[in-house]
Design a protein around this ligand. Structure first.
Ligand code: HEM
Length: 485
């Protein structure tokens, strides 16, 4: 009996799949790799969807329609296609698809990153952009950055030139900065916030049957997914609830994110209600959006520099010349470090920490590059493919060559669509200044303080990538660092 029911279900889904594909084909001729019933194109994504999608786009073009299960997903893989979506039709594509996982883990999607486009999202974006991550706020946390970077340098120094896990040390530095800025202090000893953030980010990227083949969502339930998500959400909420409580009872020292948000809630000065849940959800965004991305960027920078000793040498010379014998690089010194900025841009081009943007969804029917796109279509921009597009970056697009940025005005601020590692348009990353200044000053200090040696046999372009939403190195970067000569 069960077998017959299962066969009927598979038959029904297959019919539904072909009807859906036919409906799309009628109104569109968007190039579309052929898929399989039930799973659509999912079997073509492999372990590294950003790489597989790039390969598919080389065959099917910069705008492709795929099916993840029964869900149609438009994938853009060129600067022009990204511009059409994130600039020309930005408003139409500014929403996020509904996700049960986001709902469970992120306070019913009341955080900024997964809130659907609308009034609530606008309110949360203005809180983040104007009150938490503005240039002025970023400047006020200068001493936090300097202290944590100085601690990182001390940790490396203490190893006395023996091999160190640089990935771990850099991760500790960036996550401690975010923790202090968001929560006012480090929560290391009593709660493993790092482990919890890792778990949450991992679960946000979990494949679920329910998301792509809704009638199979019972499989997720049988696998115990709901229970796991609930546990993570509860564990994080317990910490955030304690943080908010501590701040309410606290002495109002240096204003961290929790303080700022509680003040805005009390003053009612922003013109809308700021709920306790919104406060916790916005703080959570800083951990989810900022922790892994910031350390991943540093990790790829060091990794690429170690594979390209001539670039490492040139950067060290620049940093040491500009710093003129000082023991550390200050944020004021960075302005004159042009090669440093070129190294950062080149790393973001080749290794955008989020290679596929958080999915967008269209809220109206729209004509995109001559194709009819119905409301409710999910869209992903393959930032990895955009950064490596041969048409814009040339035949050496896959090579690490910071020099290409030296006489170019192309920047990652969301105006130049060939380099958009932080996205662009309404949904662009609000943490860009925060991330950029932390990254610049951390990398410059690593260059000033030490001479570096890789312990690996570094073959160019051959460093394996991790699996997940944020793509870091598969294996930690083990190096030796001796005091600069
Ligand atoms: C190297 C560091 C970072 C990179 C590469 C990065 C990249 C991105 C990207 C690609 C998006 C998605 C854009 C889209 O959907 O089109 C995004 C969104 C977001 N990022 Fe970042 N990010 C970084 C650091 C940060 C930091 C430090 C924070 C906060 C402290 C942050 C908070 C957010 C938030 C809240 C969103 C969602 C915005 C929205 O949906 O309106 N990010 N980021």
């Amino acid at each position: 009996m069960v077998m017959i029911l299962l066969l009927c279900l598979i038959f029904f889904i297959t019919i539904l799949f072909f009807i859906k594909q036919r409906a799309w084909k009628k109104s569109n001729t968007i190039p579309s790799p052929p898929g399989l019933p039930l799973i659509g194109n999912m079997h073509q994504l492999g372990q590294y969807p950003h790489q597989s999608l790039r390969s598919l786009s080389q065959h099917y073009g910069p705008l492709m329609l795929l099916h993840f299960g029964t869900v149609p997903v438009l994938v853009a893989s060129s600067a022009d296609a990204a511009r059409d979506i994130l600039k020309t039709h930005d408003r139409v594509f500014a929403s996020r698809p509904h996700s049960k996982i986001y709902d469970k883990l992120l306070y019913g999607s009341r955080n900024l990153a997964s809130a659907p486009y609308g009034e609530y999202w606008r309110q949360m974006k203005s809180l983040s952009v104007l009150h938490l991550l503005s240039n002025k706020m970023v400047r006020t946390f200068r001493d936090v950055r300097e202290q944590e970077i100085s601690l990182m340098m001390e940790t490396i120094r203490k190893q006395n030139s023996s091999p160190i896990d640089l990935s771990k040390i850099m991760m500790t530095c960036t996550s401690d900065v975010i923790c202090r800025v968001a929560l006012g202090r480090k929560y290391g000893a009593e709660t493993d916030l790092k482990e919890l953030t890792d778990r949450l980010v991992r679960q946000l990227g979990t494949f679920t049957f329910g998301s792509f083949v809704p009638c199979l969502s019972w499989i997720d339930w049988i696998c115990g997914l709901e229970r796991q998500l609930e546990k993570t959400a509860n564990d994080f909420d317990e910490i955030l609830e304690k943080v908010v409580q501590d701040h309410e009872d606290g002495d109002g020292g240096k204003a961290d994110f929790a303080d700022v948000l509680l003040t805005l809630q009390r003053d009612k000065s922003v013109g809308f209600e700021v709920s306790r849940m919104s406060i916790k959800a916005i703080i959570l965004d800083a951990f989810v959006g900022g922790t892994d991305t910031s350390s991943t960027l540093l990790e790829w920078e060091m990794s690429e520099l170690l594979s390209h000793p001539e670039c490492l040498k040139r950067l060290q010379e620049e940093v040491r010349t500009v710093s003129k014998g000082k023991s550390s690089v200050s944020e004021d010194d960075i302005q004159d470090m042009y090669y440093l900025k070129a190294v950062i841009k080149e790393t973001l081009r080749l290794h955008p920490p989020f290679p596929l943007t958080v999915p967008h969804v269209s809220t109206e029917d729209v004509n995109l590059r001559g194709y009819h796109i119905p409301a409710g279509t999910q869209v992903m921009i393959n930032l990895y493919a955009v950064g490596r597009e041969v048409a814009t970056w040339g035949p050496d697009a896959d090579d690490f060559k910071p020099e290409r940025h030296l006489n170019s005005s192309v920047d990652f601020l969301g105006q130049d669509f060939e380099l958009i590692p932080f996205g662009a348009g309404r949904r662009m990353c609000p943490g860009i200044s925060f991330a950029a200044v932390l990254n610049e000053v951390a990398l410059a200090n690593l260059m000033l303080g030490f001479d570096w040696q890789s312990t690996e046999d570094q073959t160019e372009n051959n460093v394996p990538e991790s699996i997940g939403v944020v793509i870091r190195r598969m294996f930690p970067l083990i190096v030796t660092a001796s005091p600069a000569t």
